[in-house]
Design a protein. Structure first.
Length: 100
């Protein structure tokens, strides 16, 4: 995790997940949902097999990103902090309400 923190040039107190963009979120969600479905379909109940499947699905998602010419999630630039975006939107909405 420290490696990702440094790669995205985040400050010590900043959380990696607060700086994840839509492409990285989508890749992770796709990996998670496909892993969950495979675990359910194959009725996997033990940790060793679950970890193997998780790793296999993750490798296939990464391979697909590579084959499509995409950027690997860890190489994507850090997105603007979701906290900053939320604060800016709150201020914008507040200003909008005042103008009415």
């Amino acid at each position: 995790m420290r490696d990702i923190h440094a790669r995205k040039r985040l400050k010590g107190e900043e959380h990696v997940l607060d700086h994840v963009g839509s492409t990285e979120l989508a890749a992770n969600l796709f990996r998670a949902t496909q892993t969950e479905e495979k675990l359910r379909r194959e009725n996997v109940r033990n940790k060793v097999n679950a970890n193997r499947i998780h790793n296999d699905v993750g490798c296939k998602v990464r391979r697909t990103i590579h084959e499509l010419g995409g950027t690997m999630p860890e190489n994507l630039p850090g997105a603007e902090s979701i906290k900053k975006v939320a604060d800016r939107e709150k201020r914008r909405l507040k200003a909008e309400r005042k103008s009415f």
